[in-house]
Ligand binder design. Structure first.
Ligand code: TNX
Length: 525
């Protein structure tokens, strides 16, 4: 059953009891865990006005950690007459409780800011809830990445996968191989200037994410997607392997073909590889992965492995058997795209990231399952559901459509434990929503492709399969009410996402609900 007065929370919590009244927030004071208080004070100050958060009066907001309550990343939120209490099982749980609190804020015409009287008990379904930003096809500034983190953290995502290297640009300073960033970073799709993060800037991103309980997962894509390495150090990279498909598609798009040692600015994939039979390649990779691991407090190091279309399966196996162990030797758990599961002797315990369809065809499912057979686990990013860069409808100006057009309803319609045959549910670490940026050159464009579909993957990753409100009609109604909230925080949203859908009203008569007809942030009180 859909509760029509269910609060507009995404992802929907494990349990919600809504009271009758509302809690005024015209003036609040915060106490409790210093870190959580500092962050929420700044956020409430920006929303309610600095004067409203002056610690002198009004509604008391208490933020506490109590490991005796709930489970990992879980929290309870109790909003009564004039006290709001958020208790996290751990610091992450407390942070998520404050995300729920922020989603509950409403501004009434006369009454000003308030939230409903409510009791929420909540904890996530999956440990890994990721978003990916491809900063290689187009470069995004530190400030842009921080805004992206804010949007994802508000939906309780806890991992940010940064796709740091690809044919079109190398985005992270490596001190032992300085030309990678200096030369390999000075390009992007479409011919723009590109850019890279200094190690100092990268640490800033990692720290900003950590303060919002997001772990950064760096990806150095190998052995393919390495054309930019050859712009910096031509001897490390093989000559481009130009398939008929690459030639036809590049011609159709009026994009130049890759030329060894020169910047590449088109969209083609699968034409590059490091020199698999040169020892110097492995010295280079050891240096790079060691530096990236040292910049990474999180447990994971993504080493790519996708779309090596010009590489023989023998060479691919030779490479991955060795490089998966070089990655593991840094002390991190390596992650690879699921194609690497074709390799028999992968380092044990690696994670596979599955990107083919929600109904696997060919060997994709087997390759993914191989990671589990080797003692690892899976992150699921089915491209026809979870890829944020697929067009949400055919005429959408941004995005690609190779995995299909993915409307919001399709994005919401999949079950992580039902994708890969013959793996136990416990081997599904979680889900990730990737945004590739061939067609995305600004944060506003990234947002417009991501929102609201990013909310679908957030709910799939967090909310129990049979939890309350875990249905399309409820989700859709909650999205409609959150669109103005996202917009008021500066996020560009695809307002057409709900246009072709209808939802049953309480009296059973289906009514079209469009983002345009959704209430504004002010009117949702
Ligand atoms: C496939 S799926 C890629 C990327 C592209 C993306 C575009 C996968 C692991 N790799 O190289 O950017 O499609 O949607």
């Amino acid at each position: 059953m859909v509760l029509h007065d269910a609060p507009s929370l995404i992802p929907f919590p494990s349990s919600v009891r809504l009271g009758e009244g509302s809690v005024p927030l015209g003036s609040v004071r915060l106490d409790g865990d210093p870190e959580a208080v500092a962050l929420l004070r700044a956020e409430l100050g920006a929303l309610l006005g600095a004067d409203a958060v002056d610690d002198s009066g009004g509604t008391r907001i208490t933020l506490e950690i109590d490991p005796a309550q709930g489970s990992a990343e879980g929290y309870t939120l109790d909003a009564g007459a004039d006290v709001i209490r958020v208790t996290g099982h751990d610091a992450a749980g407390l942070f998520y409780g404050t995300r729920t609190l922020l989603q509950l804020l409403r501004r009434g015409e006369r009454a000003g800011w308030s939230m409903p009287e409510i009791r929420v008990e909540d904890a996530p379904r999956f440990r890994y809830r990721g978003v990916m930003l491809d900063v290689a096809r187009h470069f995004f500034s530190v400030a842009d990445v921080e805004r992206w983190i804010d949007g994802a953290a508000s939906l309780k995502y806890n991992h940010l996968h940064l796709h740091l290297t690809d044919d079109q640009g190398w985005r992270i300073e490596i001190e032992s191989w300085p030309l990678l960033a200096e030369r390999g970073g000075a390009s992007e799709v479409g011919g723009g200037a590109g850019g890279f993060y200094t190690q100092h800037q990268y640490r800033e991103i990692v720290a900003y994410a950590a303060a919002r309980h997001m772990i950064v997962v760096p990806e150095i894509d190998l052995p393919g997607h390495t054309h930019a390495v050859g712009v910096a150090y031509p001897e490390l990279v093989a000559l481009p392997s130009l398939s008929d498909k690459t030639i036809t598609e590049s011609t159709a798009l009026s994009q130049s073909l890759p030329v060894h040692g020169e910047p590449y600015t088109g969209w083609a994939v699968g034409h590059s590889s490091v020199q698999i039979h040169d020892e110097s390649t492995y010295a280079f990779i050891t240096d790079v992965l060691t530096e990236v691991a040292a910049l990474t407090p999180g447990p994971y190091l993504h080493i790519g492995g996708d779309e090596c279309l010009g590489t023989s399966s023998e060479d691919f196996a030779l490479f991955f058997e060795r490089v998966s162990r070089i990655a593991a030797a840094t002390g991190k758990t390596p992650i690879a795209w699921h194609e690497a599961g074709a390799v028999d002797d992968l380092a044990e315990g690696m994670l596979g990231q599955y990107w083919a369809g929600a109904t696997p065809e060919g060997a994709h499912g087997e390759h993914a399952a191989h990671f589990v057979q080797r003692g690892g686990a899976l992150i699921l990013s089915p491209s026809d559901r979870a890829y944020l860069d697929m067009k949400p409808h055919a005429g959408f100006p941004l995005g690609l459509a190779w995995a299909g057009v993915v409307p919001l309803r399709t994005a919401y319609d999949w079950e992580p434990t039902a994708v890969i045959d013959d793996v136990p549910a416990g081997a599904i670490l979680g889900v990730e929503a990737p945004l590739w940026t061939e067609t995305v050159s600004s944060l506003a464009d990234a947002d417009r492709l991501a929102f609201p579909r990013i909310a679908a993957q957030a709910e799939i990753g967090w909310s129990a399969q049979n939890g309350p409100e875990r249905s399309w009609p409820s989700f859709r109604a909650r999205v409609a009410r959150l669109i103005p909230v996202w917009e008021s925080s500066g996020i560009a949203v695809d307002r057409t996402a709900l246009d072709d859908e209808t939802t049953p009203e309480p009296d059973g008569i289906p009514q079209p609900v469009t983002a345009a007809s959704a209430p504004s942030f002010e009117e949702t009180a």
